[in-house]
Design a protein around this ligand. Sequence first.
Ligand code: GDP
Ligand code: MN
Length: 389
Amino acid sequence: MNIHEYQAKAVLREFGIPTPRGIAAFSVEDAVKAARELASPVTVVKAQIHAGGRGKAGGVKVVKSIEAVESEAKRLLGSTLVTHQTGPRGKEVHRLYIEEGSAIDKEFYLSALVDRGTGRVSFVVSTEGGMDIEQVAKDTPEKIVSFSIDPATGVMPHHGRRIAQALQLKGDLAKQAEALVAKLYQAFLAKDMSMLEVNPLVVTKDGKLICLDAKISFEGNSLYRHPDVVALRDLTEEDEKEIEASKHDLSYVALDGNIGCMVNGAGLAMATMDIIKLYGEEPANFLDVGGGASKERVTEAFKIITADPNVKGILINIFGGIMRCDVLAEGVIAAVKEVGLKVPLVVRLEGTNVERGKQIIAESGLDVVSADDLDDAAQKIVKAVRGNA
Ligand code: GDP
Ligand code: MN
């Protein structure tokens, strides 16, 4: 789960991590009031959307008067920001963050994330702040320093020195860097974050190390123990179909392609997406209906897939282990009867009660293409989608 920058900064402040003063604003009046309250000679008006790259897209404005805060707030609220992270459709701005301006001396990059390879939290730092870190990694990988924290010891003084050295910080700034990494690690663990990115981390002209931007993702499976984090959720930033899916315990991720997939088991779902790509098309979603899905869940899953206007064909790929193929077949037929079927549907069933499942579909009179294996299924749906295009 992701949150906005202003919320992320509030979380960091709980741990004593330095950030500029700021106030969230939901209207132009709010923004003006916030700027008056901050009473800072330089104010930054920042669009709050769940995507980075706002600066380059005009979503971050450094201004010097209340009038300018007002006009930037008017311009941004309700507008659609298209950044390199939003996709071409962009994201509509409903919230702003009004922040006191900082006089920047240097901009750095810092992030912490779960390194699944080592099972530890890793820090990534670079002198190349404010830039696209993927680009830095590609062009000048030597400018990226990364190390992981042993959970048994936590952050040690040498980690702080490592960061100070990587960022070429000396004296008091090196001390600030050491304190910062310890607090960031503490916050990361306490809140069950999966990713924490500070880009840029800056040194101000008066010698302070502060987090000028903050992006936090939380581990979804740990949200049950963080009601305070759940309260920060902004549903307008999330895909409606994903929200609906989560209500029915379906693992669903919306993607950009045009073949809707309904699969049981995450591994099989990944393999199904891969094979669709292998035959030259793109999946419209990842959807795992789970091992023991009921008829109702299958119906809900089918509704979510067909609600996506990009879906030009559907591939159902079920390996009946705990899930029985006949239950799946009944669910599909119930769903088709309820929502209708306007696109080609290919079904590949294997496993428990497969004969009964195939029979139910054959006798339903529905226009369903039956497939024998994964390869056959992928080729059939790709062909059907192309014939329909
Ligand atoms: P992003 O583009 O979505 O990552 O938004 P950021 O919060 O990182 O802001 C983009 C850029 O705006 C930063 O890299 C800074 O260069 C600039 N910026 C943000 N806040 C300030 C500020 O207080 N003072 C100055 N001078 N520049 C700022
Ligand atoms: Mn940034």
